[in-house]
Structures are given as structure tokens and as C-alpha cells.
Design a protein around this ligand. Structure first.
Ligand SMILES: [Zn+2]
Ligand SMILES: [Zn+2]
Length: 153
């Protein structure tokens, strides 16, 4: 496990200098029906330990690349959504259920699940949210900026 994690970090570092302004990110669900594209670099990349993200992704924490909504497009397939709060919808592939992205009625950004990207290692989280809900067995990630709850505005 440790060996794998170390190799992954090296791979990300190798790619960082190849990032260009006109970069593009593609991704999709597990079954392949839903495909999407995000143009340009994400606004930010982070992980979230809140209970909603944990249950929605079925993973110990959620990891997301945040893009301007105008830069994100579903190319094929259909999403269903769950209204996870009065402002937010969590979209998933209607065919296989993979969580794909979240959107907010009061924001022009979408949070794309890092794990649905074709090349997730091109992006590296820089912060973590809801550290008060962090699983105790997770190793410390000192390179990430931690917030006890949501990101301050
Ligand atoms: Zn699917
Ligand atoms: Zn969350």
C-alpha cells in the first residue's frame, strides 16, 4: 500500500510541468454510458470528509475537481440526481449509479468526482474539508490545507 502511494505521488509530480492552459479533462461512469468533458484547468481540487460526501461516494471521503459550470459538459448518457440539500444536487449515471458531479443553485461551479476522471492522477488535491469528520486511520496529509468544516468564503 505504501509503495503504491509513493509511486502515485511521483507520477503526479512528473506530469505537473506538462499542465497547459488549454488542458482538457475527460471522464465517465463505471458502465461507460455517461461521458463528460471539462475544459481548462480546474478552479481547485480538494477532498471532503463530510458525512454527505462519504455516504454519496461510498468511500471514506469524497475527492473533487471543481470546474466552472460553463466549462463542464455531459457528452453522452443521462444523469439522475439526488437533492442532497436545498441548494445542491448530486448527479449520478442513471444506468450504473456512479457518482459523477454535484451542482449548487447558488454557485456557477460543479464538483466533479476525481475518481470518475479518465486520468485522475493529472490532478492533485490541495485542501481537505470537514477535517472534524476525518477517519482516524487516515495518514496525515500535511501538504493539504485543512478546514474543520466548509471552505471559508
Ligand atoms: Zn454508467
Ligand atoms: Zn462533503
Amino acid at each position: 500500500m505504501m509503495y503504491r502511494a509513493t509511486r502515485t505521488m511521483d507520477a503526479v509530480e512528473d506530469r505537473e510541468d506538462k499542465t497547459m492552459a488549454d488542458e482538457e479533462h475527460t471522464g465517465g461512469c463505471m458502465c461507460g454510458a455517461l461521458r463528460y468533458r471539462a475544459s481548462g484547468a480546474p478552479e481547485r481540487v480538494g477532498i471532503c470528509h463530510c458525512e454527505t460526501c462519504r455516504r454519496n461516494t461510498g468511500a471514506p471521503f469524497g475527492a473533487f475537481a471543481v470546474f466552472a459550470r460553463a466549462r463542464f459538459a455531459v457528452l453522452s448518457g443521462e444523469t439522475g440526481f439526488f437533492q442532497s440539500s436545498p441548494e445542491s444536487k448530486r448527479h449520478f449515471c442513471r444506468a450504473c449509479g456512479s457518482p459523477i458531479y454535484s451542482e449548487w443553485s447558488d454557485s456557477d461551479e460543479v464538483d466533479v468526482t476525481l475518481g470518475s476522471l479518465d486520468e485522475p492522477e493529472r490532478l492533485r488535491p490541495s485542501y481537505e474539508l470537514w477535517t472534524i469528520r476525518r477517519q482516524h486511520w487516515l495518514p496525515e496529509m500535511p501538504e493539504l490545507t485543512g478546514y474543520e468544516r466548509d471552505r471559508p468564503d
